[in-house]
Design a protein around this ligand. Sequence first.
Ligand code: RB5
Length: 145
Amino acid sequence: MKIALACDHGGLNLKNEIKKYLEKNNYEVIDFGTNSNESVDYPDYAEKAAKSVASGETECGILVCGTGIGIGIAANKVKGIRCATLGDTFSARMTKAHNDANMIALGERVTGIGLGIDIVDAYLNSSFEGGRHQKRVDKISALEK
Ligand code: RB5
């Protein structure tokens, strides 16, 4: 599975830890940056990763900023993206199972590295349940039109 990763300066450390974890577990990663502590604008990085997911270049995406909120809001502006900002593993499982989220966002200033990686793991190892949830996801997509 190919995964898009991106962050701003506020999410750099957690993004790098997630990248190490993913590569160790044989996921293919496309890292859209940022790769320094210099202050940048999170929408620019959300856009790169979200467009990669929306185009099918990558299957899903993981974003990190200080809170996970701004970068998640930005990603959700790209057509076809369903990005959930997460701080717990239950929501990580549910957003895949019920919302078919194709991106998640984490906050480095909110969530530690251990929990952050558990959230990623919970998300990646869950599956969309379809059924009654498909109709609801279709209705989310219809809002884009
Ligand atoms: C950057 O200082 C910070 O605003 C950003 O990382 C994020 O938390 C925004 O939602």
